[in-house]
Design a binder for this molecule. Structure first.
Ligand SMILES: [Zn+2]
Length: 143
């Protein structure tokens, strides 16, 4: 049976994969099951199962002996998760007065909320800011 919490956990896990693959791609690294398995500290078979699911959802491309890649749709989704994460970090620091050292864990949770009006409002309240509190660029996403 699907509970909301269970579904949320699955969504989070998928989104963490996409985000990590996006980050590795941005660093010019090539992505493999064994690479992801060492990044996440989990078994290759777990990674391989999740990669299969993401391929079936058309969010990743994967073929034997080739690097794993985000599809256009996968890259778009990953960009929006990264944008949500960085906007929330900036919001926590600039608006709520949090210390930059303490915002990452909170942003890790809030980035999975599916509410375009919420993120539109956060973005609007921050004005034209495009760098997060850790110096990373915030992708320009229309929520
Ligand atoms: Zn962070």
């Amino acid at each position: 049976m699907f509970t909301t919490a269970k579904l949320m956990k699955k969504t989070k896990e998928k989104e963490h994969y996409l985000k990590e693959i996006y980050r590795l791609e941005a660093n010019g690294q090539s992505i493999s099951v064994s690479g992801l398995s060492s990044v996440f500290g989990i078994s290759k078979s777990s990674v391989s199962n999740m990669v299969k699911k993401l391929v079936a959802m058309e969010l990743l491309n994967s073929a034997p002996y080739k690097a794993i890649e985000l599809t256009l749709e996968g890259r778009e989704l990953a960009r929006s998760i990264v944008a949500k994460h960085r906007l929330i970090e900036l919001f926590l620091v600039e608006v709520m007065g949090f210390d930059p050292e303490n915002v990452h864990e909170i942003a890790e949770e809030i980035e999975h909320i599916d509410s375009p009006p919420f993120f539109r409002k956060v973005k609007q309240m921050l004005g034209q800011r495009d760098i997060d509190p850790h110096g990373s660029p915030i992708p320009d996403v229309n929520f």
